[in-house]
Design a protein around this ligand. Structure first.
Ligand code: PLP
Length: 428
């Protein structure tokens, strides 16, 4: 059955559409932190549909809100007043920490970042963008054009000029062996130097923890230090919170908050988990920045009632059940457990992360060399153990990525860690 679907998939979909596993699976349904494939196998989901299932699969509160909304109206376009969209925008504006915030809804993270680039370049009248090495911001013409890793930015001839800043990758490059404080000093000096050589760029776009880049994280404080430099040079800061938002990192609601209280970013982009799988993306910015566009615009499906209903119910559940706190507690236990398990595994270079966003970097034993083959083997072995995990993309396929729904229980964290331990042992 799956083979037949795979044949049809390959005949009609692009070759570059990423598909996990040598023998790809069809997922047919889910509940809580589990999903089932078409052959009836049950899996503990430690990747949550690439961090899109933020609360839980088939969460009754979201299902009810969506079906009730579908029974009233699915979509009327934003040409008419739309109550669920206003309500969700109010919640997100308040949670963003940005004063006098305005919210624009899109249907994906890519389109959110595209919009942020449109805003920043229009506001600053510059087509120069700063981005981090090893970053990923989506797959549109402009988002791929600024992505700092040729492994996943293949062909865009976007006219944006992008300059890549040090600080995205901690484990490799000239600053690899520095202490946290010295690393920040070196990256800030590099940024100062760069800004001394070029016309003022419109913005720096950065993921507080790099998602597709293998959950790599700079030391706390880097972005606060960057922001001070950027402000002096009149450069906006866009925080791409597509993966790090909504409490996923446990300690904070947004990833940028780990870097200190030097004020919120000028622009935040979001997507992934807010709709629990319904396609919601968006941009939050100060009114002055958001309103700089000289046009009368819409996104046809951005803000549509059915997705907004899902977002409202999902966000309400997240806040009422303190899933950020759960991510901190259960994620903390899981990271500790994974560190203990992997201490004796020679392929594991480090277990890193925050909350329920955990990366495991694999190397060839006894070396610093990336080990994508081991990562693929662990992914396959974990599947055989009934566990779904992710791995990094592009050139970072040697990192395993763990990002379960934020309602993960302690028992499930232990069950997943045990399964991962067996998977790691099986590749020895
Ligand atoms: N930004 C980040 C940090 C991402 O991880 C992704 C997707 O993985 C995107 C943007 C693009 O989002 P989407 O795939 O919803 O277009």
């Amino acid at each position: 059955m799956t083979d037949e679907l795979l044949g049809r998939h390959k005949a009609v979909l692009p070759d570059w559409l990423a598909l996990y596993y040598a023998d790809p699976m069809e997922i047919t349904h889910g509940e809580g932190r589990h999903v089932w494939d078409a052959e009836g196998n049950k899996y503990l989901d430690f990747f949550g549909g690439i961090l899109t299932t933020m609360t839980a699969h088939a969460l009754p509160e979201v299902t009810k809100a969506v079906s009730e909304q579908a029974g009233r109206i699915i979509h009327s376009s934003t040409l008419y007043l739309n109550r669920p969209m206003v309500e969700l925008a109010e919640r997100i504006a308040q949670l963003s920490g940005i004063p006098d915030a305005r919210v624009f809804f899109t249907t994906s993270g890519t389109e959110a970042n595209d919009t942020a680039l449109l805003l920043a370049t229009a506001y600053r009248r510059s087509n120069q963008i700063l981005a981090m090495r090893n970053s990923y911001h989506g797959r549109s013409f402009s988002a791929v054009g600024i992505t700092g890793n040729k492994g996943w930015s293949p062909t865009s001839l976007s006219p944006l000029q992008t300059l890549y800043v040090h600080g995205g990758v901690r484990t490799r490059g000239p600053y690899a062996d520095l202490s946290d404080a010295d690393f920040i000093t070196a990256c800030v000096a590099d940024l100062e130097d760069l800004l001394g050589h070029v016309r003022p760029p419109a913005a720096l776009i950065a993921e507080p923890i790099q998602g597709v880049g293998g959950f790599t994280s700079p030391p706390d404080g880097l972005y606060a230090a960057f922001r001070e430099v950027l402000q002096r040079h009149g450069v906006l800061w866009i925080a791409d919170e597509v993966q790090t938002g909504w409490g996923r990192t446990g300690d904070n609601f947004w990833g940028w908050q780990a870097h200190g209280q030097n004020g919120p970013p000028d622009i935040i982009t979001f997507a992934k988990g807010i709709g629990n799988g319904m396609s919601i993306g968006g941009v939050v910015a100060r009114a002055e920045v958001m309103n700089c566009l000289d046009s009368n615009s819409i996104s046809t499906f951005g803000g549509t009632q059915i997705t907004m209903a899902a977002g409202l119910a999902n966000l309400a559940y997240l806040v009422e059940h303190d899933l950020q706190g759960n991510a901190r507690r259960v994620g903390g236990l899981l990271i500790e457990r994974l560190r203990a398990i992997t201490a004796r595994v020679p392929e594991v270079k480090e277990v890193r992360g925050r909350g329920l966003m955990i990366g495991i970097e694999l190397v060839k034993p006894g070396t610093e060399e990336a080990n994508p083959e081991a990562a693929s083997a662990v992914l396959e072995a974990a599947r055989r153990e009934g566990l779904l995990i992710g791995k990094g993309g592009g050139h970072n396929t040697s990192a395993l990525r763990i990002a379960p729904p934020l309602s993960l229980t302690v028992a499930e964290a232990e069950e997943g860690a045990d399964a991962l331990e067996r998977a790691l042992r099986s590749i020895q």
